[in-house]
Design a protein around this ligand. Structure first.
Ligand code: TPP
Ligand code: MG
Length: 973
């Protein structure tokens, strides 16, 4: 029993009457409750604005409106004219109205729980106490008494029976709407009005109904055809979820009327071929040809290719004369990770096509029910939805909810009632709809796109359906869901049910409905015959913004890009970096930093890391390339080094010097990301695929946190070009270096990137000078191809006295060095006793110790780019020291860092060059489970040991890197 029932109801009715006469006479909590009770949720908004619902509420009992103009003499006030009624009748009418309002409100909140959503009828709920009129104090005897509603539900007054009927039609038929969790009163009111005004149903024209039937016929016919021609071949068919096709159609059709011009779509395996063929109009022949084992792209010979249910495509479609460009993003098997890639692409398109209000370009993500509920990247993606640096003004999410994930039933897949529940935390409305009612599906699709275009926020459509076959077409679903599948085998298809309905109501004849099936089948037969000789057109993936960019064909190692910049441009940027608007209250420490920068530029000496970076950004901007950096706290910089956004100490106004270098320059976008790695990195990857001429960077707070985005690294960044022929120039900035901070903040685990390196898939660098950093960043955009750049970035070197460059090293004619050669004053090369090869920060430790000990017969070479392996450059340098021992020095444990990657490669060089050294000796920490010690003292001892051993140790005595360490020491055998 509810607190609103029985005697309570009478008490509340009295309270309400008092509230209506004088809102201040009741307690605040009751005041809020009563104001919410009203039909129109904007009532609440009114409250916020300090005016509010009260005036309208007064009308409920016919009291005069205090603000209304005086009534005309001839038309006496309604209340005044009403015949006198006895107190008991008034009480009854009030109580009825209140109870009815409570009931109505409950349907708005919970009606979806009784909606008939499951085509199989397996999960139908019949009763919910909050949706039972008895809960509110009504009895059966009250069903036919007229209740005054004052236009709530569009009814002036109605019997309880009628009210219930309208509520069930609107909230409990084939559509269940969850929207009362939305806090924005306008959005809530909009949805309520939109669905209540038409009882949540569209009356389709006969032509509209026929169009739906046609789409269903194609969706079903395509799967059936594949089933006949390629029985048992995996295709992850859509059968059972065919309504998705007319839903997508409606989103675009209505969308095009509301300004939509471009949609980027992401989806998983389920129904993908169907969406490609029947929605994106990929030629049926092409798909059949792929089933026959032919390559999807003519260039496939160069890449690994991918299975057909992962491939993407793009093309234009015409909706009543309005053209919409569509693209389906290729995706890996890893469910849901394509979502943020889609959103990143949409953002880039919006930004660079001037879609200022973001209504021209839309992201659509199609999900599976189990994946939507289970994968953490889903809420991470929603998280980006309304953030300034990432928003795309809302994505439409379509869940193909076939009530199963592989063999796992919903009760084992999630803890909440709906697979979509996570979306509610992000204020998205959720439309649950029965997939066997295609008109209802199209109806909600229409509302969804209208909502998105109007409110610019995410919407979820949960199409509840079933999966007619096993997980794939060779799976036996009866092993695990025998009852469900018995039911499915007897269940007519969505198309058959809809055709029956249209025949019964006389919209089409039986012959017409069957004729559609036959005609489509005949068309597919023709396409099938033609597929045998199908030739793929040259793919157009390097057109548009990618024009002029080519695939890397020759050896990266021998390419040299002009990345130096004329001195006057460097000075212009330098001056801009230190400029501060008049009246800007600069933080005192920052003021000192800017002063130091100014001096660096003026004297041309001592340029540090952050200045080099800013010069790289600034010069690219002046050359017409936008720059986008996103990552946690990257505006200031994790190590307080960047400060590319200055904050006024008085008003907290923000100022970005790089955005005001020169009039008309492109945008420098620096975004402090939310605390997500996976979705943010995926987003930036998507962005980089749209914008080859923007320097797009993602920075990890510390390099190790990139492991939260490992999926994106494995599935997209390292392998995307090989699988899908899509390039990306994305840069990953990963703070790395052993400085005694413990196991977590030392290693960016770059061994992982090195292990993934092959076929020139990307570049892995660990540069050690500001100038080389400047050049490696600029190189990204100064090449005629694009490859991701994985960059280990420093921490202590940001402020290291020796880690500086001179302005000369940035000027025209200078370039990036893959290997930094020894320049120290040493004995002649042939007398060099030992060559230390290393990468990154440890170089400075070695150098300082060498100077301190006045050693002159040990040379140190820095490998700045590990992949593509600069074999020639290293060979060239090693050849200078024919009599030297070769040592690889690293800070990381032997099973980490670059050792395993370089060991054999150095050996090949020694062999090829006929050096005295046969291979490199390892000098570094022993293999370890955890990257670094948590005890600072031990760290210092370890570091000293490495440096000492490298410079003067007996190489024969060095511990075996992979022999088990004793408890006492991580270094000594
Ligand atoms: C991250 C991830 N884990 C596991 C799998 C293996 N897998 C492929 S499909 C699938 C079930 C997906 O269920 P659902 O999301 O409901 O989509 P459906 O196949 O039912 O359309 C699973 C577990 C995967 N592809 N990705
Ligand atoms: Mg499923």
């Amino acid at each position: 029993m509810s607190f609103l029932s029985g005697g309570n109801a009478v008490f509340i009715a009295e309270l309400y009457a008092r509230y209506l006469e004088d809102p201040a006479s009741v307690d605040l909590s009751w005041r809020q409750f009563f104001s919410e009770l009203r039909d129109d949720p904007t009532a609440l908004a009114g409250d916020f604005k300090g005016q509010g619902p009260l005036r309208r509420d007064l009308r409920v009992i016919g009291a005069p409106d205090p603000d209304a103009p005086p009534p005309a003499k001839s038309k006496p006030d309604k209340a005044a004219a009403a015949p006198p009624v006895d107190a008991a009748a008034i009480r009854q009418a009030q109580t009825d109205s209140i109870r009815a309002l409570m009931l109505i409100r409950s349907y708005r909140v919970r009606g979806h729980l009784l909606a008939e959503l499951d085509p199989l009828g397996l999960t139908k709920r019949e009763f919910h106490p909050e949706l039972d009129y008895r809960t509110y104090g009504f009895t059966e005897a009250d069903l036919d008494r007229e209740i005054f509603l004052d236009n709530v539900l569009g009814l002036e007054k109605a019997s309880l029976r009628k009210i219930l009927q309208v509520l069930r039609d609107t909230y409990c038929a084939h559509i269940g709407v969850e929207f009362t969790h939305i806090q924005d009163p306008d959005q809530k009111a909009w949805i309520q009005k939109r669905i209540e005004s038409i009882h949540n149903r569209t009356d389709f024209t006969p032509r509209g109904k026929q169009a739906i039937l046609e789409r269903l016929t194609e969706a079903e016919g395509f799967e059936r055809f594949l089933q006949i021609k390629y029985t048992g071949t995996k295709r992850f068919g859509l059968e059972g979820g065919e309504s998705v096709i007319p839903a997508l159609e409606q989103i675009l059709k209505r969308g095009s009327q509301l300004g939509l011009e471009d949609a980027v779509i992401g989806m998983a395996h389920r129904g993908r071929l169907n969406v490609l063929a029947n929605f994106l109009n990929k030629p049926y022949q092409a798909i059949f040809s792929e089933f026959q084992g032919n390559a999807a792209h003519p260039e496939d010979v160069q890449g690994s290719g991918d299975v057909k249910y992962h491939l993407g495509t793009s093309g234009d479609r015409d909706f009543d004369g309005k053209v919409v460009h569509l693209s389906l993003v290729p995706n890996p098997s890893h469910l849901e990770v394509v979502g943020p890639v889609v959103v990143g692409k949409v953002r880039a398109k919006q930004t660079h096509s001037g879609d200022l209000d973001r209504t021209r370009i839309l992201g659509i993500i199609i999900h599976g029910d189990a994946a939507f509920a289970g994968q953490g990247v889903v809420p991470e993606t929603f998280l980006l939805s309304q953030l300034t640096g990432y928003t795309t003004a809302g994505t439409i999410h379509l869940i193909i909810n076939n009530q199963i994930g592989f063999t796992t039933a919903p009760e084992y897949s999630r803890s909440g009632p709906y697979c979509s529940d996570v979306a509610k935390g992000f204020q998205a409305p959720v439309f649950h709809v029965n997939g066997d009612d295609p008109e209802a599906v199209v109806h909600v699709a229409r509302i969804a796109i209208e909502f998105r275009q109007h409110f610019k926020s995410d919407v979820v459509i949960d199409i509840q359906c079933y999966r007619r076959q096993g997980h794939n077409e060779s799976d036996e679903p009866g092993f695990t869901q025998p009852l469900m599948y018995r039911k499915i085998s007897q269940h007519p298809t969505t198309r058959a049910l809809y055709a029956d309905k249209l025949v019964a109501e006389g919209t089409v004849s039986r012959e017409e409905a069957d004729g559609l099936v036959g005609a489509f089948h005949a068309r597919l037969e023709q396409e099938f015959a033609a597929s045998k000789s199908f030739k793929v057109n040259k793919a157009d993936w390097l057109e548009g913004k990618w024009q002029g960019i080519v695939q890397l064909a020759d050896e990266e190692e021998f390419r040299e890009e002009k990345t130096g910049v004329p001195i006057d441009v460097l000075r212009e940027v330098g001056a801009g970096l230190t400029r501060v608007p008049d009246g800007f209250a600069l933080n005192r420490k920052i003021a000192r930093q800017l002063e130091a920068k100014r001096e660096m530029i003026e004297t041309g000496r001592g340029l540090d890391w952050a200045t080099a970076e800013a010069l790289a950004f600034g010069t690219l901007l002046l050359e017409g390339n936008p720059v986008r950096l996103s990552g946690q706290d990257c505006g200031r910089g994790t190590f307080s080094q960047r400060h590319c956004r200055l904050v006024d100490q008085e008003g907290e106004n923000r100022y970005e010097p790089l955005n005001i270098l020169r009039e008309g320059q492109p945008r420098f976008e620096v975004i402090d990301s939310p605390l997500s790695e996976e979705a943010v990195l995926a987003f930036e990857y998507g962005y980089s695929q749209v914008e080859p001429n923007t320097l797009v960077m993602w920075e990890g707070q510390f390099g190790d946190f990139a492991n939260g985005a490992q999926v994106i690294i494995d599935q997209f960044i390292s392998s995307g070009e090989s699988k899908w022929l899509r390039m990306s120039g994305l840069v990953l900035l990963l703070p790395h270096g052993f400085e005694g901070q413990g196991p977590e903040h030392s290693s960016a685990r770059w061994e992982r990137y090195l292990q993934l390196s092959a076929e020139d898939n990307w570049q892995v660098c660990n540069v050690s000078t500001p100038a080389n950093y400047f050049h490696v960043l600029r190189r990204q955009l100064r090449r005629n191809y694009r490859k991701p750049l994985i960059l280990m970035t420093p921490k202590s070197l940001l402020r290291h006295k020796m880690c500086i460059s001179s302005l000369d090293e940035f000027q025209s004619g200078t370039r990036f060095y893959r290997v930094l050669a020894e320049t120290g004053p040493l004995v002649p090369d042939e007398k060099i006793r030992r060559v230390l090869l290393c990468s990154g920060k440890v170089y400075y430790d070695l150098l300082e110790a060498r100077i301190a000990r006045a050693i002159d017969d040990v040379a140190i070479l820095r490998v700045e780019q590990l992949y593509p392996w600069p074999k020639d450059a290293i060979k060239h340098q090693l050849a200078r020291y024919p009599n030297a021992e070769v040592v690889w020095v690293q800070e990381e444990p032997a099973n980490m860092g670059a050792w395993m990657f370089v060991d054999r490669r150095i050996e090949f060089i020694c062999e090829e060059s006929d050096l005295k050294a046969k291979r490199a000796v390892y000098c570094g920490r022993k293999a370890a489970a955890s990257p670094a010690t948590g005890l600072y003292k031990n760290h210092v001892l370890e570091q000293q040991w490495i440096v000492e051993s490298a410079l003067v140790g007996d190489l024969n005595q060095l511990p075996q890197p992979f022999r088990r360490a004793t408890k006492l020491s991580r270094l000594h055998a």
